[in-house]
Design a protein around this ligand. Structure first.
Ligand code: HEC
Ligand SMILES: [Cu+2]
Length: 350
């Protein structure tokens, strides 16, 4: 009933809980409003109706209680309160029992950020990517004090408590980007302990998992994705000594070549699909890009395993613009949280 009413006072409804939760919210509000209104109206009416009339006797009549009225005004609110309780328990028990096959995501609260780990290994900070219409289980804990992981658009919040696992679940129903808040005051940086949840369609989410969905806000691939592994390898094998972002390299710039036709020496061209990228690394001499010298070493199976090669290809596929390529002398940065590594707040960790 309330679903098609767009009341901007409320956050968007993006999970299966949202409409049921809102109905209960409005029901409680309506009952309280009507109950309070009736009490107030009666009060005013009595003030006028039973006001002392001029010339009336000094004494007021002594009236003893009425059982009927007592029962009516005790039982009526009681029944309403019980209805709040039953409805509330129904939603609550639904909220704490995740579907058995829902994949599990981990959330760790820490002064003052949210660390999130996907069941497939990807990690993110202050961001959570989810696929639409796929229920997920969320297990949360805290590294220091009590925080509370709240997503208003899902009508969901739960305390994350040091030394304990707390579980809830979501079934996102609408693609979009919504707020994550810390809903429990947790110290100085509490107001900055916020984030975003991105509900994507399945194809975008799969690309995000792989690390090739990077064009929104120009961000890099997800930590832990295939493309992210590929980037590490790219730096480790020093592919950036020749292929780099500066345009000073001795090799073609690799951004946005996937899916394009590449001109080859001898006048032919070839579609740069996954197989071509793979061959270009295993056996660079076979197809030389027009205008470049055949100086690229072949990377054999002992240097780059098939799995690593997949990651390299995913990385090249994820490159949509040249600025995403590393600099010529860039080294792989230490992971977040490691000694000397940049922290989410921008300083250096100890
Ligand atoms: C010594 C310099 C050098 C190094 C190191 C090097 N490459 Fe290359 N690479 C080249 C040159 C030059 C070409 C263009 C000529 C050719 O096709 O062989 C090329 C071509 C390519 C192509 C085809 C590009 C196109 O435009 O179609 C890919 C993909 C590629 N390299 C990936 C890699 C990867 C991945 C690594 C690291 C494992 C790497 N290269 C290391 C010099 C290098
Ligand atoms: Cu907090």
């Amino acid at each position: 009933m309330f679903n098609d009413l767009n009341i901007p006072l409320l956050p968007p409804r993006a999970s299966t809980f949202a409409s049921e939760y809102d109905m209960l919210f409005w029901y409680i509000n309506l009952v309280c409003l009507i109950g309070g209104g009736l009490t107030l109206a009666t009060l005013f009416w009595f003030c006028f109706r039973y006001a002392r009339q001029p010339g009336a006797k000094e004494e007021t009549p002594r009236i003893l209680g009425s059982m009927k009225i007592e029962i009516a005004w005790t039982l009526t609110p009681f029944l309403f309160f019980v209805s709040f309780f039953i409805w509330g328990v129904r939603i609550y028990s639904d909220k704490i029992s995740a579907p058995i096959d829902a994949p599990e995501y981990y959330v760790v609260g820490k002064q003052w950020m949210w660390k999130i780990q996907h069941p497939t290994g990807q990690r993110e900070i202050n961001e959570l990517h989810l696929a639409v219409d796929r229920p997920v289980r969320i297990t949360g804990t805290s590294e220091d004090v009590i925080h509370d992981f709240g997503i208003p658009a899902f009508r969901s919040k739960f305390d994350v408590i040091p030394g304990r696992y707390v579980t809830t679940w979501y079934h996102p129903t609408k693609t979009g980007t919504y707020h994550i808040f810390c809903d429990q005051y947790c110290g100085m940086g509490h107001s900055q302990m916020v984030g975003k949840v991105h509900v994507m369609n399945q194809a975008d989410y799969d690309a995000w998992l792989e690390g090739t969905y990077v064009d929104y806000e120009g961000k890099n691939s997800a930590d832990g994705s295939a493309a992210w592994e590929g980037r590490k390898l790219f730096l480790k094998l020093q592919c950036n000594a020749c292929h780099n972002a500066d345009g000073t390299g001795r090799a073609p710039q690799l951004a946005a070549i996937h899916g394009q036709r590449r001109p080859l020496q001898g006048g032919q061209d070839v579609l740069a699909d996954d197989a071509y990228l793979r061959d270009s690394i295993r056996n660079p001499m076979a197809k030389i890009v027009d205008g470049w010298k055949p100086i690229m070493p072949a990377y054999t199976r002992t240097q780059v395993s098939e799995e690593e090669l997949l990651n390299l290809v995913a990385y090249i596929r994820s490159l949509k613009q040249a600025t995403q390529l590393p600099k010529r002398y860039e080294q792989y940065p230490a992971p977040v949280g490691a000694p000397g590594a940049p922290t989410a707040e921008g300083g250096l960790s100890k």
